[in-house]
Design a binder for this molecule. Sequence first.
Ligand SMILES: Nc1ncnc2c1ncn2[C@@H]1O[C@H](COP(=O)(O)OP(=O)(O)O)[C@@H](O)[C@H]1O
Ligand SMILES: [Mg+2]
Length: 332
Amino acid sequence: MSMALNAIQIQGLVKRFGDFTAVDGIDLDIKEGEIFGLLGPNGAGKSTTVNMILGLISPTSGRVLVNGIDMSKNPQKARNEIGIVTQETVVEAELTAEQNLRIFGRLYHIPPEELERDIDFALELSDLTGFRHAYAGTFSGGMKRRLEVSKSLMHAPKILLLDEPTTGLDVQNRTQIWNLLREINRTQNITIVMTTQYLEEADQLCNRIGIVDHGKLIALGTPSELRQRIGMSNVIEISADREALPKLAAICRKIGLEPKLLSNKVVAPGGARATENIEKVIKAISESKIKIQNISMHEPTIDDVFIKLTGSEARDTTGSFKSGRVGMMRGR
Ligand SMILES: Nc1ncnc2c1ncn2[C@@H]1O[C@H](COP(=O)(O)OP(=O)(O)O)[C@@H](O)[C@H]1O
Ligand SMILES: [Mg+2]
C-alpha cells in the first residue's frame, strides 16, 4: 500500500452549544485522493463537523488540519485549500452561469487571462456550456448544484467539501452530481469530502464512509467493509407483544440467527439462507403457539445498519434517515 498523505486530519473534535454536545470527540483522517462520505441522520452533527473543518465555527476542543495546516492557527491559508459547497450555497438567480463564475473568480483574485479559461473549463465540467448565457434562476435544482460545484473549484483547491450535495434532488439529478464528483476526483485528483443522509449514495460514490450519530463516529470503513458488518442478507422482522419478544429471540437463536430485541419487535439478519431461515422461524413459531402480529423479510436498510451497530432503533426525533427504505445498502 502506498503511503497516502492526509488531506484532512480531525483530532479529538468537540463542539458544544451550551449544554448540548453536537460533536462529541471525533478523530478521523481523510486521505488525499479519497471520496469520503460522512453519513448520518438529521441532527447527527455532520454540518457542525463540516463547519469546523472549514473554520466557520471554532471547536470547543480538538483541532482540524487541512493539508497539514492548522485551521485555528492559519485559517486563511487552510481555507484556501478547500472548495466549499454548503447546504446554503446558492448561485445568483439574476446572473447568468458565466457571470456567476466570473464574480466568484474575481473574489478569489484569479488573473483575467486565466479567469476566462477557468470559466470555460468550469462550464464544460458542469456540462453547462450550452447554458453559458442563461440566467441561473431558470436552472433546475440539479443544474444549480452543478454550477455551485464547478464554481467552488474556480480557485483550484485540492479538496472539495460538500454538505449534503444531493439532498432534495431527484434520482436523475443525483446521478449527474455523482458523475460530476467522480470525474472531478479522477481527472483533477481532488479529494472529495461530503456529507449525506443517503446510505445508497455513500455506498455508490464513496471509497470510505464514516457513520456519525449523536456527534460520534460509530463506524468507519469502505462500503464493502460496512456491508459485511451488517451482512448483505435480508432482515427478518417479527412484531409481537412485548412479553413474547424474548421467546421469539430464543427461537431465532436456536436457528443460528443473531436477533436484536426492539420495543415491539425482534429483528435478525437472515443469513446466507434467509428464505430458508424465515421458513424455519415461521414453523418454530407456529409449533410454539407464541402469538405474533407480523413476520416479514426485507432488504437491509439504514435502520438495520443502526440496529446492528448500536443495538437500538434509529430514533425519529428530528426525522431519522430520509426514506429509510430508499437509502438501503445494496450489493453491487
Ligand atoms: N448554532 C447552534 N446552536 C445550538 N445547537 C446547534 C447549533 N448548530 C447545530 N446545533 C444542533 O447540533 C446538532 C447537530 O446539528 P448538525 O451538525 O446541523 O446536524 P446534521 O448536519 O447532521 O443534520 C443538532 O441537534 C442541532 O440542533
Ligand atoms: Mg446538516
